[in-house]
Design a protein around this ligand. Sequence first.
Ligand code: RIB
Ligand code: CA
Length: 313
Amino acid sequence: MAPRKIIIDTDPGQDDAVAILLALASPEEIEVLGVTAVAGNVPLPLTERNARIVCELAGKTGTKVFAGCDAPLTRKLVTAEHVHGKTGLDGPQMADPTMPLQDQHAVEFIIDTLRAEQSGTVTLCPLGPLTNIASAFERAPDIVEKVQEIVLMGGAYFEVGNITPAAEFNIYVDPEAAKIVFASGVPIVVMPLDLTHKALTTRARVDAFRAMGTQVGDMVAAWTDFFERFDKEKYGSEGAPLHDPCVIAYLIRPELFSGRHINVEIETGSELTLGMTVADWWRVTDRPANAMFMGDMDAGGFFDLLAERLARL
Ligand code: RIB
Ligand code: CA
């Protein structure tokens, strides 16, 4: 079967970085048409820099990296240095990238790519706030029906919020963008905190990265050591949730994940619950299902896949 064509829209972020590495290490299943950076965990100049650093680390300097929106559609940017550090990739020392940033704006790249590729053959993989995706849909409504699928990390139901009591970070940063995407009619697969909080980087799993004896393994272990301190303190968990790589793992081995096709709406009116993904998990409304909302995973299988693929780089 031909590899699935994807655009990774991202705000690196240590977990985004692992997701990008997993995608670039899996050419049999995934063809990365481009990596589009968006402001999120850290401001855009850092997310685009970090995206290029990760592609270089993977030895894939031919990957096209684009800078996108530097702020949400209508709101002030909220960032997450408290989780990811000042650079967004804190942990190991990282040299500045040497590979080029593409001149084209990320939103234009998304639009042009969807218009150029055969309809229904491009999957969008947002790993950060949905500003670039929503901007592309607003600027070029004709591309919406051309999208094969959106597989995104964001939202929460049982796990509720991680940036406010009600909202997960990616959705909270740009709830208006999320509302546009979830109302677009494009088939959506959601990897919410309910799922990603089961993908914990236990000591044994981090040791497995370090035991690879490769620069990639060492970097992923160092990023994890930094990234996990926040979640361990907050949740008392053994390790940090590797949120974003769940999106890419789903493309490679969907059978590792399970969920329900339900209605998911985005709160944009209430300041108290802004950015909440109101997931009708128990189907108590007659609102039409618009998303495959994942709730469970085979975490062991996920980390086995991750270790096997990262060892290739
Ligand atoms: O809430 C977790 C999400 O927010 C992840 O994508 C992380 O990288 C941050 O963007
Ligand atoms: Ca992210």
